[in-house]
Design a protein around this ligand. Sequence first.
Ligand SMILES: Cc1cc2nc3c(=O)[nH]c(=O)nc-3n(C[C@H](O)[C@H](O)[C@H](O)COP(=O)(O)OP(=O)(O)OC[C@H]3O[C@@H](n4cnc5c(N)ncnc54)[C@H](O)[C@@H]3O)c2cc1C
Length: 420
Amino acid sequence: MRIVVAGAGPAGLYCAYRIKKRRPEIEIAIFEQNPRDATFGFGVVFSDRALEFLGADDPETLLAIVPHLELWNDITVVHRGQSIVIDGIGFAAIGRLKLLSILQTRLQSVGVAPQYNHLIRRIEELGPADLVIAADGANSFVRSAFEAAFGTGTTLLSNRFAWFGTRRRFETLTQTFRQNELGHFNAHHYRFAPDMSTFIVEVDAETFARANFSDMPEDEARAVCERVFEQDLGGEKLVSNRSIWRRFPNVRNRKWSHGHYVLVGDALRTAHFSIGSGTRLALEDVIALERSLHETGYDIPAALEAYEAARRPIVEKLLEAADSSARWYERFAEHMALEPMEFAMSYIKRSGRVDLVLLVGQGEIKGRPAPCPLPAGEGVQRRDSRCVSHSSRLRGQSRFNSRDNARSAKRRPSVWQVAQ
Ligand SMILES: Cc1cc2nc3c(=O)[nH]c(=O)nc-3n(C[C@H](O)[C@H](O)[C@H](O)COP(=O)(O)OP(=O)(O)OC[C@H]3O[C@@H](n4cnc5c(N)ncnc54)[C@H](O)[C@@H]3O)c2cc1C
């Protein structure tokens, strides 16, 4: 059997790894247009529960990722110069390039080498295949070759965003909102390494037009953003990596497979980055796909049907939350008319996922307890289903202690305001 994987992002690499690990006799070819060490963007964030699924059946991969995670507990919303800290949800972040390099090493360990610098321009270039897995991202070439059969619909959101990095370290996932003569600006920022943070700047369509960003060279636009967020950057610069203004594409498909072509990850659907779930969804897709292949004995039509049947309800639920969050961002300029505390409440309720946060009493925001995503052992202790690790593999004890810190902080109100 020969399986071709298009794209060596998180979905493609992890899919090839899982298939080859369980079925070493299967021939796998994986094509990637970029060089091995290239990527777009900077770090990605997950809720710390998002990695639970890896702990359950692939602890080796999880343990390879864990030492590189930055962990913290809180979200901060900054509006009109006031910081409102929302306690208790729990996050983990990693550099996208680091994640790719870990997955590349896992794939190498089962003897598969992706073909880098190999842009697929024609379907025929994939060669003969029993199964083609389209893991080639939001603009999937494979998907677009069969767009009518997949029933693809892509809607571009009206806001513009540019994905920067910065050396400024942030202690929480922070959503900063600023207003000036050009209009309304939002930054989603969090650290993904001890000395590096993601800094995504988002503007509404009016601000984009008023600032004349469409005609502005990349460096100039970066300088404008640095001025807007000067106070938040604390003197640090923004770092570019193809950080051009883009509109987020909401990709949906009526069918998940067509013949022996199947969609996974962003090729299948995108989830707005404000809920930080795209990478996790991509990894979960390929776990579900590999499981269906295995359980049906690689009967491809049966496996693809089982994959969609098992996964679609879960994905659709999450997409409702992602779409609801995206709608809130599309109107963030209007929401900025709210007072800081009301604004923070509006932000936290935006995805409609009340299971993510429980509102307890007046003005108090608490997260529900998040169980430890790691299996016990290998330097990881579980305490009350939470993680405490003292493993030398984890750089710095505080990593898994953030929940304990948060617990000791419970004596103060869960939401507190700090004048900047
Ligand atoms: C601004 C922004 C912020 C985000 N933040 C987060 C976050 O915090 N947390 C999170 O979980 N997710 C986040 N995401 C989403 C996340 O990046 C994606 O969901 C995830 O990368 C999907 O993985 P994938 O493997 O399906 O696709 P991709 O990562 O897009 O990988 C697809 C691969 O296919 C290759 N490819 C494409 N076409 C071809 C071709 N014709 N030939 C050969 N190779 C090809 C590409 O080069 C790429 O390497 C964010 C996205 C954006 C835009």
